[in-house]
Design a protein around this ligand. Structure first.
Ligand code: PLP
Length: 443
């Protein structure tokens, strides 16, 4: 049975009007991919305001792990909303933030003692972590990766390095941030080939930064994405982080693992860094944590949380309704075995996309873990020249034919469906995406 249904060519009349009004009344700083306007959704099926039905490959950009409007979260939110919606944790106490903290401590890697700080967004978690590591180490500098995305507030933006438009016009940013090349093997910045490179990208940090102009004893922390998200769904090789973590450890540098996009089961494990057999000192969680309600968490080695009372907080951080949603999200991931589903359906999806890659000249690279998968669109396989026009055509074709899909990086199709998705739905969606690839290839 076909689940997509396009009744009127999108954007329909209702969508056009809302887009027009959005342009008139809202900030133009937001860049959207195409004029899709949601009315409602359930699971991995989304309906637009003109009655068209789509398969969701976005999950509200890696937020809706349980899909749209999941019943367990609705029930938990309803229950909490009747008790109290807010009673600032900056000044008072309530119980469910402790319950959630215990859960987060359990599901994050590392059996050492941990403590949790709550904010509202990914960027807020990053800001908190910057303050935390500076306070604890008394060191001023930070490391981050080229291609990374850590948010848009001034501190987080200083770490972000994935698109010029994100930073243009906003300088000066935070001083003391150094960016190093990410292990992006399909486009190795050093033009080397894995594994013969012996992970030179880690040696580079030692030889060119630490031995030349960045005294490592001045570096408080390195911010990593275990899989680069906005940068193009870039997956490091299996042994990369062991070597990277060792270099950081040798120099007393804290590793902050930004799992805002890759965490909460998306890659088939609670946190993507678990694929690499290393334990970060600090983990940042947001997006899928509360299934779409604003909530973020900084889960840190307990001893790093040496900052004193009054040094950091946020009015809405740890909002009790969002916190209930997060507890329900964790319970549902366990109950529905969604880590297993993400791994199983993710493998199927990777296999299908690999087959598509073999057939089509403009699909240069397919990579991913669990349900975090990228397919890089190029002009041709030999030159690997990025093909943003081709990628744009594919996502527009997909949308017009019933699949919601966007890109990451310069020209990578970004597959991040709900963790609840079935192989059947993925199959139907990929049939449509492949037709889009064929259309783009004609040109
Ligand atoms: C890895 C990562 N970190 C941080 C952020 C920022 O999160 P937010 O948009 O909630 O501030 C994002 C958002 O996409 C992200 O992908």
């Amino acid at each position: 049975m076909q689940r997509t249904k396009i009744k009127v060519e999108p954007p329909g009349e209702k969508a056009k009007k809302i887009v027009e009004d959005t342009q008139r009344y809202l900030s133009p700083s937001i860049q959207r991919f195409y004029p899709f306007v949601i009315k409602k959704g359930k699971g991995a099926i989304i309906e637009d305001v003109d009655g068209n039905k789509y398969i969701d490959m976005n999950a509200g950009i890696a937020v809706l792990g349980l899909g749209t409007a999941p019943d367990p979260v609705i029930k938990a939110v309803e229950r909490q909303i009747r008790k109290f919606i807010h009673y600032s944790y900056t000044d008072f106490y309530y119980e469910n933030i402790v319950t959630l903290a215990k859960e987060l401590i359990k599901i994050t890697p590392g059996s050492f003692e941990k403590k949790v700080y709550y904010g509202n967004s990914g960027a807020e978690a990053v800001e908190a972590a910057i303050k935390l590591v500076r306070y604890y180490t008394k060191r001023p500098r930070l490391l981050a990766f080229i291609g990374s995305f850590h948010g848009r507030t001034m501190g987080a933006l200083s770490l972000t390095a994935s698109k010029p438009a994100q930073v243009r016009g906003f300088s000066p940013l935070l001083p003391g941030v150094e960016h190093v090349p990410y292990p992006y093997c399909y486009r190795c910045p050093f033009k080397l080939t894995y594994p013969n490179c012996n992970l030179y990208c880690v040696d580079y940090i030692k030889e060119n930064l630490f031995q030349k102009y960045v005294p490592p004893d001045e570096v408080a922390a390195a911010f990593i994405e275990p899989i680069q998200g906005e940068g193009g769904y870039v997956v490091p090789p299996d042994d990369y982080f062991k070597k990277f973590f060792n270099l950081m450890k040798e120099n007393g540098i804290i590793v902050v693992d930004d799992e805002v996009q890759a965490g909460m089961g998306r890659t088939g494990k609670w946190f993507a860094i678990e694929h690499y057999g290393v334990e970060p000192d600090v983990i940042l969680i947001a997006k899928a944590l509360a299934s779409g309600l604003p909530l973020s968490a900084v889960v840190s080695r307990a001893e790093l949380m040496s900052w004193p009372p009054g040094s950091h907080a946020s009015t809405f951080g740890g909002n009790p309704v969002a916190t209930e949603a997060a507890i329900a999200t964790i319970n549902t991931i366990r109950k529905m075995k969604l880590l297993e589903n993400a791994e199983k359906v993710g493998k199927y999806m990777l296999k299908r996309l690999d087959e598509i890659k073999e057939k089509h000249e403009i699909v240069g690279d397919v990579r991913g873990k669990g349900l975090m998968i990228g397919a890089e669109i190029v002009k041709n396989k030999e030159t690997k020249e990025p093909n943003p026009d081709g990628a744009k055509k594919i996502i527009e074709y997909s949308w017009k034919h019933g699949v919601l899909l966007i890109t990451a990086g310069i020209s990578t199709l970004r597959f991040a469906p709900p963790l609840t998705i079935t192989e059947d739905l993925v199959s139907e969606a990929l049939d449509i995406v492949e037709k889009g690839i064929m259309e783009a290839e004609k040109e």
